[in-house]
Design a protein around this ligand. Structure first.
Ligand SMILES: [Zn+2]
Length: 515
């Protein structure tokens, strides 16, 4: 008989757990928004325009929206779902085209290449002669009488804006390089620029490449910002600009842009370290078959992406010398950091999940936690409007004391998720309630999550990166694009200028300043 009772109890617990799991959704658990059924999302809405990312004035609204239920997450779902479908479509199409199930990425053996046709149908509009102005051996200046001889040349195809000021135009320029013999006997040659070898990079950064800096930037933007595959970029350039660029050359352009921009990263890291308020988050990333993490650190003036293992060392390296506020989710590596803030959205989702549980103890714990968080949130919003006479942490000290005891009472709770949340509150006590002392600080890590969103969709389309160099290309370009948008500046002019200078072996210009 006893056995039967025990069995009944066990079955009933199992059933409750199964029911709870069935009821989980992105609003009451840490399940990703993409796990939500597509028919449960709200109306289709486009992704936020990049300019909105750092808009301080509407941060209150976004934060409230973010904390109040489903809005942000369901938008996410639609976006990702849509993209997931399109990536499936793409896969399906590729599959149909090739009729091969497990084909390797890139150009297929026997497939038609377009490399040789690169820009041959454009007429040369200008010829530029480059001659040395002094002897590279003795330093003597060359004069008008010096006899110059052409020794090499290259053609460059560049993307420009036509005289009308709108639209796109392609021009081809012929660059002729000359040499001269000095009276000292030395032959001095002017030659196309080339950046010296750099660790970790195999792609060349040089003026010898036929695509000009603007065209390289354009291709990088189609790939990284518009998330178009290399094959489709090839198709787009051919169909709309009449330009033949092989998929291999497109890949080379993207890699060259990535290498050029890697020199901007030290300045971005410096900005991150000097930030007063920094948001950090991480998500999974795949490099070939290795499971890695994509980390983001974002502040008012910069955004930095890093791909690596999920370990403390990475955070420590980036945050070396940082002494501002750090907003993060519950991730452990940030725990020994003093000036830390915790994202309440994560806590609210977990508490809501428990409140909706069929298990009585969990339900009770969840409801009380949710009520407390919602009440304090209201109090924080009011404090932002009018400074309260008594500080919030003092106002609510008694309430928090009781809640602490309540959490301690659940330290060994039989319900796993209740126990975990109770322990999370105790472990992170200071970081969670710090906002009460400084109500003007943010309540959520929305800023970092939004920074990741665009690249999470890219990951779904491209299935991550394939090589360490490809990963470095991705993080450099992504960091510079997002940093420029944080500064409300379009990144493309700056990126093109960085490529132009780096091809000559020169150092990079400082990041553009917000207008
Ligand atoms: Zn000389």
């Amino acid at each position: 008989m006893n056995l039967l009772v025990e069995l009944c109890l066990k079955l009933s617990t199992d059933l409750k757990e199964a029911l709870d799991r069935l009821n989980q959704n992105p609003q009451n658990s840490s399940r990703p928004p993409s796990s939500q059924e597509p028919w449960k999302g709200k109306s289709n809405k486009d992704e936020d325009p990049p300019g909105d990312k750092s808009n301080g004035s509407d941060s209150e609204l976004t934060e409230k929206d973010y904390l109040s239920d489903t809005k942000t997450s369901s938008d996410d779902t639609n976006n990702e779902q849509e993209n997931e479908n399109s990536s499936k479509d793409q896969k399906k199409k590729q599959h149909n085209n090739n009729d091969v199930t497990n084909r390797a990425p890139g150009k297929q053996p026997g497939a038609k290449g377009f490399g040789l046709k690169f820009g041959t149908n454009i007429k040369i509009s200008e010829e530029i002669i480059h001659k040395p102005d002094h002897c590279h051996s003795c330093g003597a200046q060359f004069s008008e009488e010096t006899h110059f001889k052409s020794w090499t040349g290259r053609d460059e195809i560049e993307l420009t804006t036509p005289l009308s000021g709108v639209g796109l135009a392609l021009i081809k320029t012929r660059h002729i390089y000359q040499e001269a013999e000095c009276s000292c006997g030395h032959h001095t040659r002017e030659e196309p620029g080339r950046c010296k070898k750099e660790d970790g990079w195999t792609v060349e950064l040089t003026e010898w490449h036929m695509a000009g800096p603007n065209l390289v930037t354009f291709i990088a933007s189609l790939s990284q910002r518009q998330r178009i595959s290399r094959v489709r970029i090839h198709e787009f350039l051919l169909d709309w600009l009449g330009l033949h660029v092989s998929v291999g050359t497109i890949n080379q352009c993207i890699h060259e842009a990535g290498r050029a921009l890697s020199a901007v990263l030290p300045e971005i890291i410096n900005e991150i370290r000097q930030a007063e308020l920094l948001y950090a988050d991480e998500t999974s990333w795949k490099e070939s078959k290795t499971a890695l993490w994509l980390w983001v650190f974002t502040c008012a003036t910069a955004t930095l992406f890093i791909v690596g293992r999920r370990e403390k060392r990475i955070a420590q390296k980036i945050l070396c010398g940082f002494d501002g506020w750090l907003m993060s989710d519950g991730y452990r590596v940030y725990r020994d950091y003093d000036w830390r803030l915790r994202c309440w959205a994560h806590l609210i989702r977990k508490a809501r999940g428990l409140a909706q549980s069929t298990e009585q103890q969990a339900q009770k714990f969840g409801k009380r936690t949710l009520n407390l968080l919602e009440m304090l949130m209201e109090s924080i919003y009011q404090a932002r409007e009018n400074t309260p006479k008594i500080d919030l942490d003092k106002q609510h000290a008694k309430r928090l004391d009781l809640f602490c005891k309540f959490c301690e009472a659940h330290w060994d709770c039989e319900h796993k998720k209740t126990k975990e949340l109770a322990r999370e509150f105790i472990h992170d006590w200071g970081a969670i309630w710090r906002i009460l002392e400084y109500p003007s600080l943010p309540l959520t890590n929305n800023e970092a999550e939004r920074a990741l969103r665009h690249w999470v969709i890219s990951r779904r389309i491209s299935f991550g990166t394939r090589t360490p160099e490809g990963t470095a290309v991705f993080t450099s370009i992504a960091s510079v694009i997002d940093t420029c948008y944080k500064r409300k500046v379009t990144p493309w002019k700056y990126i093109s200028e960085v490529i132009r200078l780096r091809r000559k072996g020169l150092s990079v210009p400082p990041l553009p300043v917000a207008v």
